[in-house]
Design a protein around this ligand. Structure first.
Ligand code: GUN
Length: 285
């Protein structure tokens, strides 16, 4: 019998993986290697402040050296690029992350291109995205990577399944589709211009939602027994964090579903830590 509404506990899985990483980092430190991550944060965006703090806390738990560099909103593009160059050359840091979004006067593409691809633990550099799309990735964007880890941990088989990804960002939607394809799913990418979206989603065995609209996906979008992954991080009128999926009405229809908070979010941070450790090992081989 099919059991419905199993909660995928991203926080619990993140804790488990972080415990393993903590042990690995302790061993690396004994051999003289301490993984280091620097996060560059421009301006005062409140969501970014929360993300960056959570990354800093996770690094501290695991034993990764973590530095947060804060710059005023008024920093020029040239100044920020010079800061990136400084950390590209600093052997203490194996991972460099520039928190997005950036102020409008700074060209995000130029910034992402400036990060040494070997230290690009976000996996956003076109070389790393290209390697992913060609099927031999080294650095993978952390949110889709964390979702794949969830599928693996919960033994969710993707082969031959219909997967629909809503959202086509370089950070989530596009790399998610590639990873699902590499797991032999049949993948459809949907987005804001897709016609008959609910009907399309009802074909999905696997539904990944990264559209950025609170409680957008209702039970009418979901085939009974589908796996529903919610990447959304929205604030409702009361300021509460809510996902893109109306969890309460969708959970009884889905086979597996991720909550918000406590689903995808903790896994994104965990994969960032994982890639920082892997990067440190690669750079010191
Ligand atoms: N802004 C929102 N999510 C992310 C992320 O995963 N990485 C970076 N660099 N910025 C973000």
């Amino acid at each position: 019998m099919l059991v419905l509404g199993v909660n995928i506990d991203g926080k619990q899985l993140a804790n488990l993986l972080q415990e393993q990483m903590k042990e690995e980092v302790a061993l690396l430190k004994e051999s003289g290697l301490t993984p280091g991550l620097v996060v560059l944060l421009v301006g005062e965006d409140s969501a970014s402040q929360v993300y960056v703090r959570n990354k800093d806390l996770a690094a501290a738990r695991i034993g990764i050296v973590s530095k947060v560099e804060r710059y005023p909103e008024t920093i020029t593009e040239a100044e920020l690029l010079a800061e990136i160059d400084k950390y590209n050359a600093d052997p203490q840091f194996h991972g460099i992350l520039v928190q997005l979004p950036l102020p409008k006067h700074i060209d995000e593409n130029k910034v992402l291109l400036a990060i040494d691809p070997n230290k690009d633990v976000d996996g956003f550099h076109p070389l790393n995205l290209g390697a992913l799309f060609a099927g031999h990735p080294t650095m993978i964007p952390c949110t889709p990577y964390g979702i794949i880890k969830m599928f693996e941990h919960y033994d969710i088989d993707l082969e031959g399944k219909n997967a629909v990804v809503i959202g086509r960002s370089n950070i989530v939607g596009k790399p998610m589709a590639q990873l699902l394809l590499q797991k032999n799913a049949t993948v459809t990418m949907a987005h804001s211009k897709t016609k008959n979206l609910a009907a399309l989603c009802r074909q999905a065995d696997i539904l990944v939602v990264a559209i950025g609209r609170g409680h957008f996906v209702t039970k009418d979008f979901v085939k009974p027994g589908a796996v529903v992954i919610d990447v959304g991080m929205n604030r409702n009128e009361a300021g509460k964090l809510i996902g893109d999926v109306a969890y309460d009405e969708v959970a009884p229809v889905a086979s597996y579903i991720t909550p918000v908070p406590g689903g995808v979010g903790p896994m994104t941070i965990t994969m960032l830590m994982y890639q920082t450790i892997e990067s440190a090992k690669r750079l010191h081989r």
